[in-house]
Design a protein around this ligand. Sequence first.
Ligand code: BTN
Length: 271
Amino acid sequence: MGSNPVDSWNARDLQAGLKTSWLGHRLYMFDEIDSTNLWLKNRLTAETDPHGTVVLADAQRAGRGRLGKSWWSPAGTGLYTSALFYPERFDNLGITTLLAGVALAEGVSALTGIKVGLKWPNDAILHGKKFAGILAEAGTTPRPWLIIGIGINVSGPVPEELPNAGNLVSLGGCPVDRVLLWERTMETLERMYDGWLSTGNEPVLERWTHYNQTLGQRVLVSRAGHPPLTGIAEAIDSDGCLRVKSANGEHVRICGGEVSLRLADGRYAPS
Ligand code: BTN
């Protein structure tokens, strides 16, 4: 870390315990950064960072979420990390978001034994509250690239305006070491990515279904340019899109936008 180290974070400790074959072998660490996704994106044209480069920050000034939202990233209590991939094949962004969600869920489970839930497409939840999210971004210039950003509220405060958010330590009821959580999550991300390249989407979808908190639920879908849609989330298609059976019996494929789950009191919980 730089001039203001927080707890035991330093590159040597982090990499010493990291049991990956290639992911995170080039690691950049910051006390504070604008956004780890943005930092990697801004360096793409230089083509200096190899496949598997990882960035980790203790705090982000301008953490980014899906759909133009911001991701609150205070110091000392969260994990804000992004990984750069140069995929040999690339189907769509949807499946990589699900893949990263599974990696995150398996990382949490490997460290704590806690089974978290995944809400389509990118939220990790526990007891109905979101504590982590994924921001996958991809492009083709200067060559096909994929950046997977993972944000985890490990033990931080929760903004008042987000009643459906929480942190992993409080929700899980156990202490969580950020370094170990990052290491386990990187290891499962590498395993999921290698498995996806060699075997395709099916195993990703099967693991995602194991953590599913969306299918079978009554949902409200908000998409730009479409009226709100309510219905039952019925399946995930092979490309990672969600299929919703609408109130009038139509089967609608949802490949973007926001999905809110209906709560017991009839309201829908936004992410
Ligand atoms: C979401 O739930 O909308 C996605 C949140 C993703 C946040 C992470 S934190 C690390 C990486 N850098 C960013 O600016 N965003 C992602």
